[in-house]
Structures are given as structure tokens and as C-alpha cells.
Design a protein around this ligand. Structure first.
Ligand code: ZN
Length: 312
């Protein structure tokens, strides 16, 4: 029991817990000592001291002090046992889907706070604000995701594992337009398009999910398949709501199964035309797979209409 309590206190450092509850510390003397207003009683001059090395607090105003568990007991007015249970719950990992949902919501808010993001959307020909909202497009400015997600008690290790931050704790998505990829309503991945000099495309290191927006596209008997989400967005904006996206030029078996769920469906493959013919070759390979699955495949990569579609 004592061992468990010690481990609990190590995993939720007192200073971190206090800061998560909006305690504003100032350094007091040594590097590990902090002082601020007491969260346990009303005061105007700071008398609440925290020693981060010892993981203890003491208030010279109300005379109370102790460890993390003691603080939470006083702060939330809970008995010891319930306090320990509550802290243990905080350590349970937050479901990944919820973290991705929170992250996507956070990035959505940033889109309108950073003019460079709006300029990039315009540059890509995307201007319909209701469509931008419908697709849940956001912007990752970089540098503040971890602080935001701290409210959901997600640990450093969990965010690192999902790929939202790097080993230094910095945002993995930085200066990128974000598209949340959903499946059955849940965010399963995030796609980030760099607006700067970094590598253009980035997905979290997890399955990219099925075809983009397949729930709304699956009823069409003629479907346009594109490789990028910006292609999809501008085609939707131009009224081609039967457009879906594989996010890349390779179809996963699950995505192929989705396209094949309606026998005889026509699929127009509109991949990028690359100088090295990579897009054209990929489209040809996809067409072969679709045909052998009983679908009618047409490649738009060499069709002059594609240029016209793209100019929208
Ligand atoms: Zn106090």
C-alpha cells in the first residue's frame, strides 16, 4: 500500500497537479522552491510554498501542509480513500479517440487565429467557410498542444506514443493545415499538410482508416478517387460530392472493399500527374485492382478535364 502511494505521488508531481489547476508559481530561493497564492484559503499575498524536489507544500497563511494526497483531500474536501481512487483514475490513459477529437477541436480553433493558415487555404483555392467547417479543417501552429491536452491528464508517454508530440515534448504537427480523418464518426487519424518548408504530408503513425468521408460518398454509383485531401476539398466545393480520397496512391484492402461494396460502380481515378510518371503508374495499378474486383475504372490522369477540375 505505502509503495503504491509513493508511486502514485511520483507519477503525479505535486507542482504539475497544482499548475493543472491554475496555480501560478513564482520561484522562491532555490531552483526547486516555488511560492504563490494559497489555493486553500483566501489571501492577497503569496504564502503557499511548494518544494518540487520533496514533492511537499506548506502554507504560512493557513498553516496546512503535506504531500499531493493531503493537498487533494483539502482542495476537494474528500476522505483519504476517495482521494487516492480519484488520483488513480487520473493516471488511467485517456482513450486515444478522445485525445484525437480534442486535438482536432483545438486545431480547428487555431485556424482563425493564424492568418497564414487562411492565406494557404485561399492559395489552394479553398474559400467556402461552411465546407471548411464541415470537413473540420484546422491549423497546427506548433508549440502549445501539450499544454492544452494537460487538462485531459494525458501523459507525455501517451502523447509521444500516439505521435502528437516528439521526444522533446514539442508538437509533431507544426505549421500544418489539419484534416481529421473519421470513421464511424470517430477521429482515427490526423493528416497535416505543411504550409512551410517541411515535408508536405504527415499522418500520425497509425492506420489511416477507410476512404475519406465514405459514409457520405458510398451511396454514389459513380465515384471520383483522389490522392490528396485538398483535391477532395476543392472538388466538393465545386459540387463533386461523389469524391473520396485514399490519402495517398495506395488503396488498403479495407478501402478496396469499400469501393467494391456496390457491384459495377464506376471509379474515376484522378491522381496527380507527376513528371516521373509515378502518379500515372499508381493510377494504372489501382485501376487494375478495381477492375479485378468487378468495378469499372477510368483514369483521369491523362484526361484534359482534370486540369479543368483542378482549376476550381
Ligand atoms: Zn493557506
Amino acid at each position: 500500500m505505502t509503495e503504491n502511494l509513493e508511486r502514485l505521488k511520483q507519477r503525479i508531481p505535486l507542482l504539475e497537479y497544482l499548475q493543472r489547476h491554475n496555480w501560478k508559481p513564482c520561484r522562491a530561493g532555490s531552483r526547486q522552491e516555488f511560492v504563490g497564492l494559497c489555493p486553500l484559503h483566501q489571501e492577497t499575498r503569496p504564502s503557499f510554498y511548494v518544494n518540487a524536489a520533496k514533492n511537499l507544500f506548506y502554507c504560512h497563511g493557513c498553516g496546512r501542509g503535506g504531500d499531493l494526497i493531503r493537498f487533494v483531500q483539502l482542495f476537494l474536501d474528500l476522505p483519504f480513500r476517495q482521494t487516492v481512487e480519484l488520483l488513480e483514475q487520473e493516471l488511467a490513459p485517456t482513450p486515444v479517440s478522445r485525445l484525437l477529437e480534442e486535438t482536432a477541436a483545438f486545431y480547428r480553433l487555431q485556424l482563425h487565429r493564424h492568418p497564414e493558415a487562411g492565406r494557404y487555404l485561399e492559395h489552394r483555392g479553398l474559400y467556402d467557410s461552411s465546407l471548411i467547417e464541415e470537413l473540420g479543417i484546422g491549423y497546427a501552429p506548433g508549440g502549445n498542444l501539450r499544454r492544452h491536452l494537460a487538462a485531459w491528464c494525458s501523459s507525455f508517454d501517451q502523447l509521444l506514443e500516439i505521435g502528437l508530440i516528439n521526444h522533446h515534448g514539442c508538437d509533431a504537427f507544426c505549421r500544418r493545415i489539419i484534416f481529421p480523418c473519421r470513421q464511424h464518426g470517430q477521429v482515427v487519424n490526423l493528416y497535416g499538410r505543411s504550409i512551410g518548408k517541411s515535408f508536405p504530408h504527415r499522418l500520425l503513425p497509425r492506420a489511416k482508416g477507410g476512404l475519406f468521408a465514405w459514409e457520405s460518398v458510398s451511396s454514389f454509383s459513380t465515384v471520383i478517387l483522389v490522392e490528396g485531401l485538398f483535391d477532395l476539398a476543392v472538388l466538393w466545393q465545386a459540387g463533386f460530392r461523389n469524391t473520396t480520397c485514399a490519402i495517398g496512391t495506395q488503396l488498403t484492402p479495407a478501402q478496396l472493399a469499400q469501393l467494391s461494396d456496390q457491384p459495377g460502380r464506376s471509379v474515376y481515378i484522378a491522381f496527380d500527374q507527376d513528371e516521373n510518371q509515378a502518379g500515372q503508374k499508381a493510377a494504372y495499378q489501382v485501376a487494375l485492382r478495381l477492375e479485378s474486383a468487378g468495378l469499372r475504372a477510368h483514369s483521369l490522369t491523362t484526361c484534359p478535364h482534370l486540369r479543368w477540375l483542378r482549376s476550381w
